[in-house]
Design a protein around this ligand. Structure first.
Ligand code: PHE
Length: 469
């Protein structure tokens, strides 16, 4: 039952851009990008990441917008309505959104907690790394913050597309950008910070492995919300007169700008303070408070604003993840928005509780060789998004009729798109080939092989059984 009636539409072009950019810009840019760059040798990782964004990402985003707007329904319906055998691509997307929400709210909760900690003692701690470690491993406290974060998500999504998501997207994004610029500029004035700039711009390809290439690809897709139907779903709410490549370029540009800005905010300060680039998932939570604690007087308030803005950036991303699953239940199963949102959120909360506790009391429990937190992260980022991206590109390039896709992308020929042939060739040939090779090589070379095999098995099972969904 894929119905087109009674669906919201974006209030304005600005609203759509803010919402799509809101989905893209999030913890992926500010929390994840810097620590992955740190773990994978810096500049070479950044360059590979930029390659994937510019060559594959923008094209794939345009494609997702086009598929979504053409179908006018959310991810699963968009595939199913054209060819039932492809339903599983939408279903993989729904599952991916679900599992990302198994760890994303944990970090969202950390950010929320740090908002309040900024004004209650974080600034006077002598050791921000130990502070972070004690906090996340304390089990109950981070769990409570995660639950509050989850409740905020539910509120926004229950209110529906243009009421909730759009309004929340518009406010704090500029604040975040201004504060990142502030931290970057301030960081660069510190002694020893130049090593951080070098780390980001002087390529050292000796640290590059297939695993890090796959990480860069996964990060590009994760950061741009690609490969799982989020942008496709957002495109389904988009009006027919909007330029798809134009919007994709703008959203991608903004997303990449914020990620690079976060890199320049973190690394100069990190080198100045002598923190290890490979310190992992706590990086922003260690470096940023340390920068602000250097600024006596207003440091606490700046830190409070930084983490408020980060929390809002995270929320505008996680609501899009929740929306992918919720809109599936609404469009395909006729469930009402409120019920759908609550049911999905409860299930996600169970997963994220496991991930949250895996930093504390459940740290000894492993699934297929990784903690719950890492397992949810690895399986989505390194398998589902990459495979999802390849499948979406194959679907667009080989299943959808060329005239139909091109007509959607050019608004029935009324908005000419100069690079239309290049774009089409990238979608039809380059993404399946390049992303496919990176995924296969990455999966062969990665340490957590058991997880990879499990992920692929799930995809295979879905491919066989999801025709009925
Ligand atoms: N792009 C978001 C971020 O960078 C995360 C996300 C991934 C959101 C996939 C939606 C879909 O934080």
């Amino acid at each position: 039952m894929s119905q087109k009636t009674n669906r919201g539409q974006w209030g304005s072009r600005f609203g759509f851009i803010m919402a799509a950019a809101g989905s893209a810009v999030g913890l992926g840019n500010i929390w994840r990008f810097p620590y992955l760059a740190g773990e994978n040798g810096g500049s070479a990782f950044v360059l590979i990441y930029l390659f994937f964004v510019i060559v594959m990402g923008i094209s794939l985003m345009t494609t997702e917008f086009a598929l979504g707007r053409r179908a006018g329904v959310s991810a699963v319906g968009s595939f199913k309505n054209l060819d039932r055998r492809w339903t599983f691509v939408g279903v993989i997307g729904v599952l991916t959104a679900f599992i990302i929400m198994g760890f994303y709210p944990v970090v969202g909760g950390w950010s929320l907690a740090y908002m309040f900690k900024s004004i209650t003692g974080l600034m006077s701690t002598p050791d921000t790394a130990a502070f972070f470690g004690n906090f996340v491993s304390s089990s109950m406290e981070p769990l409570l913050w995660m639950l509050i974060y989850m409740i905020l998500n539910i509120f926004i999504v229950v209110r529906g597309v243009s009421g909730g998501i759009e309004a929340a997207s518009k406010v704090l994004m500029p604040v975040l950008i201004v504060l990142l610029i502030f931290v970057a500029v301030y960081g660069m004035t510190l002694d020893g910070s130049f090593a951080g700039v070098e780390f980001l711009i002087k390529p050292d390809f000796s640290a590059v492995t297939w695993d890090s290439v796959l990480s860069a690809l996964g990060q590009a897709f994760f950061s741009m919300s690609l490969g799982m139907g989020a942008m496709l779903t957002y495109g389904s709410y988009l009006k027919k007169d909007q330029s798809l490549p134009g919007n994709a370029g703008l959203v991608s540009g903004l997303d990449t700008f914020v990620a690079l800005l976060a890199g320049f905010a973190i690394f100069p300060a990190l080198f100045a303070f002598g923190v290890e680039p490979t310190s992992g998932a706590g990086l922003v939570f260690m470096v940023v408070p340390q920068v602000f604690s250097n600024i006596s007087g207003i440091g606490a308030i700046l830190s409070f604003f930084f983490f408020s803005a980060l929390t809002v950036a995270a929320l505008t991303s996680s609501v899009s993840l929740l929306e992918v699953v919720t809109s599936y239940l609404i469009d395909e199963h006729g469930i009402n928005r409120k019920k759908a949102t609550l049911a999905v959120a409860v299930a996600m909360t169970i997963l994220s509780t496991l991930a949250s506790l895996s930093q504390g009391v459940l740290s000894d429990v492993s699934i297929l060789g990784a903690s719950f937190f890492d397992a949810f992260d690895i399986v989505t980022d390194k398998i589902f998004l990459a495979v999802g991206g390849v499948l979406i590109a194959i679907f667009a390039g080989w299943v959808v009729k060329k005239e139909d896709l091109i007509s959607e992308v050019t608004n029935e020929g009324t908005k000419p798109f100069a690079l239309v042939n290049v774009w089409y060739a990238i979608v039809k040939y380059a993404i399946p080939l390049v992303v496919g090779v990176v995924a296969v090589m990455g999966i062969i070379n990665i340490q957590q092989r058991a997880l990879m095999i499990a992920g692929l098995a799930i995809i295979a099972i879905l491919a066989v059984f999801s025709k009925k969904l």
